[in-house]
Design a protein around this ligand. Structure first.
Ligand SMILES: [Zn+2]
Length: 76
């Protein structure tokens, strides 16, 4: 079942799951998780690439480039 980007007005399929960890001021980008998590946001490639973490936060992109490319090709 396809999931869509959670950004308002965006109709792209989600390819990335974004999660926060407030205690560590960390933002993670992962490949789309298998199930919808209550604390996670699904994003499309375009919006995931535009993520800028809040001041004092660190962004970690845990997607592997090769896998992300393959996934995008399949989804596209
Ligand atoms: Zn989007």
């Amino acid at each position: 079942m396809a999931r869509h980007c959670s950004r308002t007005g965006c109709t792209e399929n989600a390819t990335v799951t974004l999660t926060f960890q407030y205690a560590s001021s960390l933002v993670w980008l992962d490949q789309l998780s298998g199930s919808r998590e209550p604390h996670a946001y699904d994003l499309c490639d375009r919006h995931a690439s535009r993520i800028t973490p809040p001041t004092g936060w660190r962004l970690e992109d845990r997607r592997r480039p090769l896998t992300a490319l393959t996934y995008g090709r399949l989804a596209g």
